[in-house]
Design a binder for this molecule. Structure first.
Ligand code: SF4
Length: 427
């Protein structure tokens, strides 16, 4: 067995430890679980294997309803024999689906490992289907393959595809705001009310709830990222003229205020008016987090790389709940988008980018943190070793952004401690 690697304290955000080894993360298909609930008239058709279908079934098992808005077109051995067959098969599946589900307005072809391995060009397939098939349906595509995406990169690829498809800003358009990143409807409504009260608008959320409500984009569009994992989406929107408003992400009272302030400053909102509009929400957020502070304060937390939300979560937990950060692992560190977070984190915080899972497990065991945030695959073995864990994917599924959710966000990290305390009492 290797000796545990103990990190050099110098590996802060400016010099993260870069690891390129085996990693354990869900693939981009997983993002369909929250995306299909967000866009009510879209259908996600995975072009994949039985493995992909099983993953989706088990991951989304609890959420399947009578007419799910996703499915898998299975590439079988016969299809693998020749490309022409796959395209024909796909056309037939799509035609059947759209006849049966006339309410679909956007069909999203999602690539997977098998479609990538056989080099099936889904952008060509989307182009062809747009030309020949159903005039009321727009077909787009993106890759959710495990070879190139983690689960949040799946959302990034989808939003990047959507951004390429946005209509161009009409001549003479005034300033507008796009908030990019899937947010729960309840969170979106809260933010919309705040933007309205601040006098910021028009505001569009990407993805919209209906594919027919795509916002326009151009040089007068300002862009606020609601999620830290949208590198590709931001690049596409910027390529189309949008101006990114850098800020910390809207997690906790401080992050939400910084995020809203970035928009307020860009739209020339008077600082006193900003304070007046946000004052009550800020106070509610502080009070809600305060309730959980006693449990979290002083506890040491270790993040394995999973969702790219890790630096933002760490900032919230360190500054608002007084937790101590042992390591912030993140699959990818977008320095520019995360600059607002690292300004608020201690300069010597230990950051690792990418993963070499065995080395990281060694570091984690050596550090004996009070709480580990990681993927499901690592959680069970670590729990068995007596280490308290939190599944990182829950942080993406749960509405956690904004003032009203700050208490829920803190509570997510309190729960593993309560669970362990209960287990110890029962044992
Ligand atoms: Fe597995 Fe790849 Fe399919 Fe994801 S896309 S379920 S990693 S085969």
């Amino acid at each position: 067995m290797n000796a545990p690697f103990v990190p050099a304290p110098a590996a802060g955000p400016r010099q993260p430890l870069r690891e390129r080894g085996q990693h354990e993360v869900f693939c981009g298909l997983t993002s369909i679980i929250w995306l299909h609930r967000k866009m009510q008239d879209a259908f996600f058709l995975i072009v994949g294997s039985r493995t992909c279908a099983h993953l989706m079934q088990s991951a989304a098992g609890v959420m399947i309803f009578a007419e799910p808005r996703f499915a898998t077109a299975v590439i079988d051995e016969r299809d693998l024999a020749g490309m022409a067959d796959v395209h024909d098969e796909l056309d037939k599946v799509v035609a059947r689906l759209l006849r049966r589900r006339p309410e679909i307005r956007m069909l999203v072809l999602v690539g997977s490992c098998p479609s990538e391995v056989i080099k099936l060009d889904l952008s060509k397939a989307a182009e062809r289907l747009n030309r020949i098939n159903f005039p009321a349906v727009r077909v787009i595509n993106y890759s959710g393959s495990g070879i190139e995406t983690t689960f949040t990169q799946g959302e990034d690829n989808f939003l990047a595809a959507l951004s390429r498809d946005l209509p161009a800003e009409p001549a003479g358009a005034g300033p507008s705001l796009i908030v990019a990143g899937a947010l729960a409807d309840v969170v979106e409504d809260q933010f919309r009310r705040i933007f309205d009260a601040l006098g910021i608008g028009p505001v569009a959320f990407l993805p919209p709830r209906a594919s027919t409500a795509l916002p326009h984009v151009g040089p007068n569009t300002k862009m606020l990222l609601a999620q830290p994992f949208l590198g590709e989406t931001a690049k596409v929107l910027e390529g189309r003229g949008a101006v990114h408003l850098p800020a910390a992400f809207p997690l906790g009272e401080e992050g939400t205020t910084a995020w809203l302030k970035a928009a307020a400053d860009a739209f020339g909102v008077d600082p006193d008016h900003f304070d007046a509009v946000t004052k009550a929400g800020r106070a509610r957020a502080r009070t809600a987090v305060e309730k959980h502070r006693a449990t979290l304060a002083g506890k040491r937390i270790f993040f394995f790389p999973d969702s790219q939300l890790e630096p933002s979560m760490a900032r919230f937990l360190a500054r608002e709940a007084a937790m101590e950060i042992v390591e912030i692992g993140t699959p990818f560190l977008h320095r520019h988008h995360l600059a607002g977070e690292f300004e608020l984190l201690p300069e010597d915080v230990f950051v690792s980018e990418g993963q070499d899972v065995d080395c990281q497990l060694d570091r984690c065991r050596a550090a004996r943190p009070d709480l580990v945030v990681c993927g499901m695959g690592l959680a069970n073995p670590l729990e068995a070793e007596g280490i308290t864990t939190k599944w990182s994917i829950e942080l993406v599924f749960t509405p956690v952004q904004g003032y009203e959710q700050a208490g829920d966000l803190a509570e997510l990290f309190v729960r593993p401690f309560s669970r362990r305390a209960r287990l110890q009492v029962e044992a």
